[in-house]
Every structure is written in C-alpha cells, then in structure tokens.
Design a protein. Structure first.
Length: 236
C-alpha cells in the first residue's frame, strides 16, 4: 500500500469525519489505522496532514503573509524549518495539511544530522529574512539534539555577517519561548500554532514560492496534498 493508495484516501476521509465530531485524535488515529491496516508511515501521514475543520480554520486565521512580519519580532522554530526544507530539497515526501501548513513526514526531528542540504536550507531562510526585514530574528534549536549548540553558534555568526538584528539559541525546551512569544512565530508545529497569535509557514513559503516555481517539468518534487474531494490525495 503506497502513501497515495485508495485505502489511504478512505482512511483520511474517515479520520477527518470522526475528528469533526469531536473524537479524540490519538485514539481515532489508532482506530482508523487498524481498520485500514495502515503502516506506521501511513499513520504518520494522516497525523501530519488531516485535521478537523475547526482546528484547520483556527490555524488558517493565525497564518499571516510573509510580508506582514516586516518590522516585527520573529521567532523561528529552527529544526522545524530546516528539516522541512531539507525534505523538499532532497525530494522526500511533503504533505500539505488541511490547515494549509506544509510538513515533512520523515519523523526525523529527534534524529537530525547535518547533511549537505542543511547549508542550502539555511541560505534559503536567510535570503527570505533579508528580504522581508523583521525587526529582530530569534532562531531556537532543541539543545538535546546533537550539535545544536554548534549550529546556533554558526547561525549567530551568519546573523552578524549578514547584518541582521537577531540571535540564535540552543535551549532544552524551545517551546517555552515559542509559545507566548510576543511577535510572529515561524513553525508548522500544531501545538505551537494553536497557542500562538500570529504564525508564518516559513518553510512552506520557501518551498512553494522558490523551489516549486524554479523546478523544471518532471523535477522530483514530491508533494502529497488533499484534493478538493475530501480524503483524496494528489502527488505532484
């Protein structure tokens, strides 16, 4: 069974239906996953991309256009943005969720290791920051992930080099700063989005506007998205 099989389409439809009726997310995913004999990857796809109408609409209202962060403080969920960008750069599958946020479905966050794509991902982020000019940019990295301190130090150096007001920190629980941050938060993490006032899908913006638009016909960009018919999937 592939990520875009008919069974996944039907499972997504059932999962969304039950979520819209208030069933608990974790138990519902297990129920639907068992019903359709889904693999762990397929269940992760549903978890990352399917939400109730209520949750989706709430997150869409919080999502602001990139140009709206000019002269505002910006906090970036560092690994969230980098891992999503690396997935797109490496042609790994991405899912466009019901809530209009783009997410990777690799599940690599706790096992992040720097690759040749990391530098490219960082450069794409810096290009956007230089263009939109937030008042102050704060990168936050999860300290428990190996070499986070080194990555934060590198990003601080680049901020100085690029003359961008900002800082980069590796802290044990970045959510303590991201949640309740008095400014704009860049993340696709649902728990953070749900407790924030203004959010941008930074990695999603870059992958849509930069990579997808510059790709040649037939380029291996792997995007899974829910079609107009609920539960249907398209891969382009």
């Amino acid at each position: 069974m592939t990520l875009t099989s008919k069974a996944i389409q039907e499972a997504a439809k059932d999962f969304r239906y039950l979520l819209n009726r208030g069933y608990p997310r974790k138990a519902t995913l297990e129920l639907v996953g068992n019903r359709y004999a889904l693999s762990s990857d397929q269940r992760h796809l549903l978890h990352r991309g399917v939400f109730s109408v209520r949750d989706s609409q709430s997150r869409k209202r919080k999502k602001i256009p990139l140009k709206a962060i000019r002269n505002k403080d910006l906090a970036i969920d560092g690994y969230n943005a980098i891992i999503t960008l690396e997935a797109g750069l490496a042609s790994r599958p991405l899912v466009l969720g019901d809530d209009a946020f783009l997410r990777d479905i690799s599940g690599l966050s706790g096992d992040f290791k720097r690759t040749e794509k990391t530098e490219e991902a960082l450069q794409l982020i810096f290009n956007v920051i230089k263009k939109v000019k937030p008042r102050h940019t704060l990168f936050l990295f999860d300290a428990p992930i190996s070499k986070s301190g080194r990555l934060a130090e590198e990003v601080r150096g680049r901020l100085v080099q690029e003359d961008i007001p900002g800082d980069a920190l590796a802290i044990k629980v970045p959510e303590k700063i991201l949640i309740g941050f008095e400014g704009v938060v860049a993340t696709s993490d649902t728990a953070i989005i749900d407790q924030s006032e203004e959010v941008i899908d930074l990695a999603g913006h870059i992958l849509r506007r930069v990579l997808f638009h510059r790709a040649k016909p037939g380029a291996p960009i792997s995007l899974i998205r829910w079609g107009k018919k609920r539960g249907s999937l398209e891969k382009t």
